[in-house]
Design a protein around this ligand. Structure first.
Ligand code: ADP
Length: 392
């Protein structure tokens, strides 16, 4: 049995999963949350049962020790498991990391140096890597980057039309995110279409709390909606997605807002939350069903943005075999899927109402020139698969 531990270390949490490959079976999974707060929360499910514990977790090193204790309690015993690799999610790989990478001291330094581009994520990802390397010194550690799948964007897609020195000196370009999800879902979609990845063109709509869309031609990503940061593109739970950068200058001048105020507002107080007061799609739908007009507008803006990107990416691809929904909203919300694709019949995208309500995987009408799919994403499995492929 080959097992890979996947670690997703955030600023206040460590989420983990132990996967058996190639079956993809999750042998154990859990999370240490609220690290650094007065009361931390550990949840773990293993072959010998479940653990839930509330106690202070001072830092990531303490979080990793809590994870090891949970493994000892509810299994499996990590000392007895032969770990083939530890796979780490890292948000920003910049221009340097375009593929899964074996972690060394030098790799850690470069990940740290990319923190300017992802100040909320890369330092937290790196902390997880550092404590895991101490705990598992004899196991290869592999960094898998959210940006890597988008490294194939052609220059005309990743270049912003801005002054040369911004691009040359400050790394200003489009990178794209959610890459492990787009990679996994586009490959699974090809399989559902009975084709190899090289033989199909797909548009993947990753609609979760964060949301992004990518155009994948023959297995190669050629366009994606997130840019230098995960702020660009679709409307998200709390992020605005596309806005005219002029909005920022206007608010600097007219309202005296600081750069930090604007950063916070566009990343954490906009999107569905800014429009309706809630960021969770389930709550938004409840508000709409109770007649809330702001919530209705929020859904209309959200779905209009999705439809606009689908049309644009069909133009980018020239020929589109499938439009694919994934992540929390994409996998579970038939209403959003139907609303977003309404009116695209003449472009060959014809949804089947009943199939859509049943949830797929195929939700387009028989004979629809473009197949519409629902494909559950699995970023942990993709990280484990990529990590294992690198070390074997
Ligand atoms: P994250 O980006 O945090 O991984 P998820 O992919 O879990 O996010 O997506 C979270 C979003 O999915 C939330 O807006 C949530 O309301 C929505 N969601 C999850 N399950 C359902 C469901 N059964 N029906 C409708 N929306 C759902």
């Amino acid at each position: 049995m080959t097992q890979v531990l996947v670690v997703n270390s955030g600023s206040s949490s460590i989420k983990y999963r132990l996967l058996d490959l190639p079956s993809g079976h999750a042998v154990a999974k859990g999370a240490v949350e609220r690290i650094g707060e007065s009361e931390g929360l550990l949840t773990h499910r293993g072959p010998a049962g479940e653990v839930e514990r509330r106690e202070p977790v001072a830092d990531h090193a303490a979080g990793m020790r809590a994870m090891l204790a949970a493994f000892a309690e509810a299994g499996p015993d990590l000392a007895a498991v032969h770990l083939a690799a530890v796979g780490h999610r890292v948000v920003h790989g910049g221009e340097r990391f375009t593929a899964p990478t074996l972690v060394t001291d030098e790799v850690c330094e470069v990940i740290a140096s990319l923190s300017d581009l992802a100040p909320l994520h890369n330092p937290a990802n790196l902390k997880g890597i550092q404590v895991a390397r101490e705990v598992f010194p004899d196991v290869p550690h592999v960094a898998v980057f959210d940006t890597a799948f988008h490294a194939t964007l052609p220059p005309h897609a990743h270049t912003y039309a801005v002054p040369r020195e911004w691009r040359a000196e400050y790394g200003v370009r489009r990178y794209g995110f959610h890459g492990t999800s787009h990679a996994y879902v586009s490959r699974m979609s090809a399989r559902l279409l009975d084709c190899g990845p090289a033989d199909v063109n797909v548009i993947v709509l990753h609609l979760g709390n964060g949301a992004s869309v990518s155009a994948v031609r023959g297995g190669v990503c050629v366009e994606t909606s997130m840019g230098l940061t995960p702020l660009e593109g679709l409307v998200m739970g709390t992020r605005s997605g596309d806005v005219d950068p002029g909005v920022i200058f206007h608010l600097r001048r007219a309202a005296g807002l600081t750069v930090d105020d604007l950063d916070d507002a566009l990343n954490r107080r906009s999107g569905l939350l800014g429009l309706s007061g809630v960021n969770d799609m389930r709550e938004l739908i409840k508000l709409i069903d109770n007649g809330d007009e702001d919530a209705r507008l929020a859904l209309d803006v959200y779905c209009h943005r999705v439809r606009k990107y689908v049309g644009a990416y069909m133009a980018v691809l020239g020929h589109t075999d499938a439009v694919v929904f994934t992540a929390g909203v994409g996998e579970n919300n038939a209403r959003v899927r139907e609303h977003a694709l309404t009116g695209l019949g003449d472009l060959g995208v014809r949804l089947d109402h009943d199939r859509n309500e049943r949830g797929g995987p195929v939700i387009s009408a028989p004979g629809s020139p473009v197949t519409v799919l629902v494909v559950p994403t699995d970023e942990e499995l993709e990280i484990a698969t990529q990590a294992l492929a690198l070390v074997s």
